[in-house]
Design a protein around this ligand. Structure first.
Ligand code: OGA
Ligand code: ZN
Ligand code: ZN
Length: 411
C-alpha cells in the first residue's frame, strides 16, 4: 500500500515537472530549421515543421475533402519524413517527400496556420473562443446587452452579436419574447441542441409545494450555479420570464466569478488556493417526473486549468452534499474560504427585476445567480421557463456564423 502510494507520488511529481517543462518550453526556444520548411509569405518568414506538413497533407489519399478529416493510415506514418523537393509558386507550395508522395498546400492556408505567437493568438481570439471581459456589479448596465427576440430568430447578424456578447460578458437579455411556454424553443433551435437533464429539456420555475428542488419555492434562492453535481455541467442557462411577481422581491442577482477569482488571487491568495485545490462533493438526490436520480460529482469551487485560468465554477449551498472528501484539517479553512467567496460574490453582484417577456441568459459555469424572496397572489403567479445549452454548441454556432457572415473559408 505504502509502496503504491510512493510510486503514485513519484509519478505525480514527474507529471508536474513535465507539465512545467512543456509550459516553459512553450515560447522562445530555438527551433532547428533543419526540421522545417521556411517560406516567405506576404513578406513574413514562416517556418512549418516537416512532420506537421506531412501529417496535414491535403491530397485525397491523406485528407477527405467532404468529411474535412484526416484519413492517412497512422500505422504507416513516418515521423521522420523529409522533403526531397520544394517548389513554391504564387499561391501554393508543392512538396515531394522521400517516399515519393507529393503534397500541395495553399499559401493562405499555411499562413492561417502559422506557428508565430501573434498568429496563434489571433486565431485563438478570432475563431477558437472570443476573450472574456470581467465585470463587477456596478458595471452591469454597461455590459449586459439587450437583444431582440425576433431579430435573433430571423437574422444571423443578431444571432451572432447576441452569442458573442454572451461569451464575452457571460450575460445578456432577450426582449420582446412572445408570452408562450414554447417561445424559448425558437432561440434554442437557432443555437443548436438544448441540453437535457433530469429536470427535462425545459423546466418550469414556479412555487410548488413538496418540491424536488429548492429553486421551485418562493423563498430567497441564494446565489449559486445550476447543477454543479453534473460532470458535464450545463454551460448556458436561459430563463424566460412569462410572469414576474407584482410583490416586492423576485429580483435576480448576478456576479462574475472570474472577477471574484482574480480579486481573491490578488487579495486572499491562501483562500484562493484552498478553493482551487479542495474537491468537495456536489449532490442532487430525488425523483422528477417519476425518474429517480442520484447525482454526485466531486470538484473544487474554482476549477483552473494548467495555466491557472478559471474554466468552471461550482457553487450551491443546497446542492453541496454532506460528505467532505478531503482531510479533516482542511475542513475549517475550506469553510472560511467558501464563506469569503460567497461574501465577495454578494459584494460585487448586480440585482434587477427581469420583465415579463424577457429571457435572462447567462454563463452557468462562470456567474453565480440568485433570486430574492417573493409572494405569489391569486391572480399573479410568478412563472419562468428554463432551459440549458452547452458551450460546445454556442462556440460551434459562433464559428459557423463567423465563416458565413464574413464569407470566407477558415478551412
Ligand atoms: C433556478 C433559478 C431563478 C429565478 O431555478 O435555478 O435560479 O429567478 N431561478 O427564479
Ligand atoms: Zn497526401
Ligand atoms: Zn439557478
Amino acid at each position: 500500500m505504502l509502496l503504491i502510494r510512493r510510486l503514485r507520488d513519484t509519478a505525480l511529481t514527474l507529471t508536474r515537472q513535465l507539465n512545467k517543462t512543456s509550459l516553459s518550453f512553450k515560447r522562445g526556444y530555438s527551433y532547428s530549421i533543419k526540421d522545417a520548411i521556411v517560406l516567405q509569405i506576404n513578406g513574413e518568414t514562416l517556418k512549418f515543421p516537416h512532420i506537421w506538413l506531412r501529417d496535414n497533407c491535403q491530397c485525397e489519399q491523406c485528407f477527405h475533402p467532404s468529411a474535412k478529416s484526416r484519413i492517412l493510415d497512422w500505422s504507416k506514418f513516418n515521423l521522420d519524413s523529409k522533403p526531397t523537393e520544394v517548389h513554391k509558386d504564387e499561391n501554393s507550395v508543392q512538396v515531394t517527400w522521400d517516399d515519393g508522395h507529393t503534397s500541395r498546400y495553399r499559401l493562405d492556408w499555411l499562413k492561417f496556420r502559422s506557428f508565430t505567437e501573434e498568429n496563434q493568438q489571433q486565431y485563438e481570439t478570432e475563431l477558437y473562443k472570443p476573450p472574456k471581459v470581467t465585470w463587477k456589479g456596478e458595471d452591469f448596465q454597461k455590459i449586459c446587452t439587450i437583444n431582440d427576440y425576433n431579430e435573433i430568430v430571423s437574422t444571423d447578424e443578431a444571432l451572432y452579436k447576441w452569442l458573442k456578447d454572451l461569451s464575452t460578458y457571460g450575460v445578456s437579455l432577450i426582449r420582446n419574447t412572445p408570452s408562450d411556454d414554447t417561445a424559448i424553443d425558437a432561440i434554442l433551435q437557432r443555437v443548436g441542441f438544448p441540453k437535457q437533464t433530469h429536470y427535462g429539456l425545459k423546466f418550469i420555475v414556479q412555487n410548488v409545494p413538496n418540491t424536488s428542488n429548492v429553486a421551485y419555492l418562493s423563498s430567497n434562492l441564494q446565489m449559486h450555479t445550476d447543477l454543479p453535481y453534473y460532470g458535464y455541467c450545463p454551460g448556458v442557462n436561459l430563463l424566460h420570464c412569462l410572469v414576474q411577481t407584482n410583490s416586492d422581491g423576485g429580483e435576480n442577482t448576478l456576479s462574475d466569478c472570474h472577477y471574484i477569482a482574480n480579486y481573491m488571487k490578488e487579495h486572499h491568495p491562501d483562500q484562493y488556493k484552498i478553493l482551487t485545490n479542495t474537491e468537495v462533493e456536489w449532490s442532487d438526490i430525488g425523483v422528477e417526473n417519476g425518474n429517480e436520480f442520484y447525482k454526485l460529482y466531486r470538484s473544487p469551487v474554482i476549477c483552473v486549468d494548467k495555466c491557472d485560468h478559471v474554466w468552471r465554477i461550482n457553487f450551491s449551498i443546497p446542492q453541496r452534499g454532506s460528505h467532505f472528501p478531503g482531510p479533516i484539517e482542511l475542513v475549517k479553512p475550506w469553510y472560511e474560504a467558501y464563506s469569503l467567496f460567497f461574501e465577495l460574490n454578494r459584494k460585487f453582484s448586480a440585482s434587477f427585476k427581469v420583465d415579463a417577456g424577457s429571457i435572462l441568459v447567462f454563463d452557468n459555469i462562470r456567474l453565480l445567480h440568485g433570486r430574492n424572496q417573493y409572494q405569489d397572489s391569486g391572480e399573479n403567479v410568478r412563472k419562468l421557463i428554463g432551459a440549458y445549452i452547452d458551450w460546445d454548441e454556442v462556440y460551434s454556432r459562433l464559428r459557423s456564423l463567423k465563416v458565413k457572415l464574413e464569407k470566407r473559408s477558415y478551412y
